[in-house]
Design a binder for this molecule. Structure first.
Ligand code: ZN
Length: 159
């Protein structure tokens, strides 16, 4: 069968950025299994997978806007150190769950200037064009349970 909405799809993938640096890969571990059509993977990749079948291999380059989004400078802001009450030592690169001005998400500390802490709410891969090398390992209809939950139930995972 072909990859379509409501398919449970498993893929092996290797992700590289536009400089050719490998960022992630499933090779050597379990394939990624996901429920197609539920926005559980980035939109550009889901689009590229539609209609593919087991054994298909392809490379696809996805522009930032269809991957983790373009870089939004409005998601960078300076907040007072007091917002991190309870954290012993703040360092550049630390990530926090935050409820800043754009809803709840992850922010990364990118600069520290005394009590002024710069946080960036962009996804670490925002603004990056990404290339995926993909091989389709399996396609099956999702079960009723999986469809109700909006995700795949892998081995040993029933909830
Ligand atoms: Zn579930």
């Amino acid at each position: 069968m072909q990859v379509a909405n409501k398919s449970a799809v498993s893929i092996h993938y290797t992700l590289t950025n536009s400089a050719g640096v490998q960022l992630d890969s499933s090779i050597g571990s379990q394939p990624l299994e996901y429920l197609h059509g539920e926005n559980t993977i980035i939109p550009g990749l889901e689009q590229a997978l539609t209609g593919k079948k087991v054994g298909d291999k392809f490379n696809v380059t996805i522009e930032a806007a269809n991957a983790y989004g373009t870089y939004q400078s409005s998601m960078v802001q300076i907040v007072p150190r007091q917002m991190f009450e309870g954290v012993e030592k703040l360092e550049v690169g630390m990530m926090f769950h935050a409820d800043v001005s754009h809803g709840t998400g992850m922010v990364t500390i990118t600069h520290i200037d005394g009590d002024n802490i710069t946080v960036d709410g962009n996804h670490p891969l925002a603004g990056e064009d990404l290339t995926f090398a993909v091989e389709i390992m399996g396609v099956r209809p999702a079960t009723a349970d999986e469809l109700a939950h909006g995700h795949i139930h892998g081995e040993g995972c029933h909830h």
